[in-house]
Design a protein around this ligand. Sequence first.
Ligand SMILES: Cc1ncc(COP(=O)(O)O)c(C=O)c1O
Length: 531
Amino acid sequence: MPKRPSQPARQLRSAASPACVRIAFCSQASRHSWSAFCVAAACTRGAGGGGGAASGSSHAATATTTNKSARTHRLYHARMSDPLELAQRLARDYLATVGERAVSPTPEAIERLAELRTPVPDGPTDAAAVLASLDAIGSPATMASAGGRFFGFVTGASLPVAVGASWLATAWDQNAAMSAMSPIAVALERVVLEWLRELLLLPEGSAGALVTGATMASFTALAAARRQLLARAGWNVDDDGLFGAPPLTVVVGEEVHVAVTKALGLLGLGRNRVVRVPADGQGRLRADRLPRLDASTVVCAQAGNVNTGACDPLGAICDAAAAAGAWVHVDGAFGLWAAAAPARAALVDGAARADSWAVDAHKWLNVPYDSGVAFVRDGAALYGAMTVPAPYLTTGGAPEPCHATPEMSRRARAVEIWAALRTLGRAGVAELVERACRHAARFAERLRAGGCEILNDVVLNQVLVAFGDDARTDAVVAAVQRDGTAWCGPTVWQGRRAMRISVSSWATSETDVERVADTILRCYDGASHKG
Ligand SMILES: Cc1ncc(COP(=O)(O)O)c(C=O)c1O
């Protein structure tokens, strides 16, 4: 399935100089004519400026452009003079064809990345030429995760409206630190935090923060927890740090995501200085095995195991913590979205009784990277942990986003989230979540019927598949990745090698699911015959 350069692209190659060739070579068949004049313009404009893969000798540019009528050339030239228009065109072409190409880049596309390793350019290069070479070298070397058949990690695509909103937000170039810097960004941030809180069924009055992803969301929420629990013990961690501080106990499930342990390490609480509670066969923390909790304990629970999709028994964990005055943090990077789909909400029952939550918008909400959200029930704990006093940063009004987040300057992530939520509405978000779960269930059904072993209860959007022994499973994963129809990643689940199918893209259709199931079964067949 990997696409090779089209015939027209090859012809173009022979008509152009080596420098120009590089731009034309990887063009998709459906857009080679556009790329042709990108090549021409890149070479023409690059000739004076020099530097970069896009610049080249002007004689080849002449050879290419003289094939066009003067009128066409003028038209192209006019269009090329606007880098934003060109970028929009290239991006639209990319998205229009991303579903047709191989999901992972070809080895040739990866090899071409070496062309980017040039010395620092001595002089300027025309903006259009730069964009053209970025597209020519960059687009083929992307993973087609914007399409519907990338099932690796937990990767959402971007809803078209969210991409559009992101373009607008980039044009606005707002610093979303505080309202004096961007009234629109802060207004939208306040709106989306309320909407998200409500959709995720979290307690009214919780404070929120938009950050880069679930890792930073857990970092942010756990910073609030650390501050609060140490303050209770009479310790000011903001001023005095952890040197000589009363100890805190951190409890995690055996299947805690590494994002949480990373956050704990960054906060000085230690990646390994945690009490690990055994998990059940689906990876759920066993509430009956919790240690004795107290008011200096943080329990890190999970909604959505990255392998199985299973959710910890949040109600039981919160009950035990509430009785002891412990803090419960929920890492719900993708799983907390179950709350937004009525038919799945029971999986995260009790989540609202926790003290803080981390969730991603770039996963299941399908907005562009990077986009995560932290919520903390006690806003004072969050603002206390994140606010730094400076006369020029005070506004006297409601807390500003930079008083709730680790960053000061930050991009306006709320714009895309708002556009996605405004377009989808409550029903659309529920359907987005539900649809992915249905696709996951169908994968499990097809693969099980084809003789594969499904290792998890498919309750959300994650499917774990084994194809016999570890060696055969690895061979099937490698064959699927080579085939290019889809991309699924490997994992180890409770001592066994497995393939993960994570359905998180709005763009995945029923046809995609059937086609990819066929592909996986074909690869399984191939590996069985070999092995
Ligand atoms: C359960 C869980 N927590 C945290 C993360 C990390 O999220 P991010 O990469 O957005 O920081 C992931 C990523 O897949 C996850 O599945």
